[in-house]
Design a binder for this molecule. Sequence first.
Ligand code: LHQ
Length: 255
Amino acid sequence: VILSHTSAGVRTLTLNRPDKLNAANDALLLMLTAELQAADADNAVRVVVITGAGRGFCAGQDLGDVSGRDMTFTEHLNHTYNPLIRTIRGLSKPVITAVNGVAAGAGASLALSGDIRLWAQSASLIEVFSNIALVPDSGSTWFLPRLVGYHRAFALMALADRVRADDALKYGLCEEILADEGFADAVQAYAERLASRPAHALKLTKQALNAAMTSTLDAALDLEAELQQLAGDHWEHEEGVTAFKAKRAPEFVRA
Ligand code: LHQ
């Protein structure tokens, strides 16, 4: 249900249930979380890409898989989706969500959870939960209002309207729109550029931004001062300054 491929420091994890638009069952969610943890621990990996096989990104919970299960919804979320979203947000490496097609329900939350969100021109996002009279989950209630404000978030959630790529870019739901044709190659090129950046500094940057999402300016200033010391003591910083003075490109990838 998850395909894994590594090239030039980029690990691509592909949701692979294309006949169901990669709707998520337990196996997919648990394996994706395990693969992300493995990527975090693997020194050969500098950037992780999550994408979907076929014409969809992820249609959210597989509605054929949830009926008759013995877990409550609360237990189900705590067992599968919540560890996945926490793993992505806590990963020490940048995660790109490469949204190749429709992202609905928990699949929309997954699309929003990346550090960088790259969309194909034909991709779309639907906060579809209210269609089946559920509450947005897997982080949608946290991500979306921070991106679009309370009111647009509520409207999108209440009406389950489909957001297409041009509006997604305008609303800040994605960083780039890429052509459908050659999407995977363009994502790989973007990811390789990210992989050439200073990994340790980016790890600390992610940590600082994650904390700042829920902290005060005072706390952010304190954390920046603490993390800047860790960055400044690292070889990457020395390399960056040396390269600048020598008027050459810095080399942040070392074996
Ligand atoms: C699907 C699904 C799907 C199964 C498409 N399941 N087969 C957490 C905790 C506990 C409980 C519940 O939920 C959650 C979190 C959630 O994510 S709730 C939200 C669950 N997701 C949905 O309600 C989305 C349902 N799907 C749709 O609304 C549409 O399929 C979208 C708008 C995503 C795409 O529409 P189309 O492009 O028109 O494609 P389609 O509807 O024809 O779907 C293609 C196939 O995929 C089709 O199967 P078939 O055998 O007829 O070809 C669908 O049945 C299947 N599929 N989503 N979630």
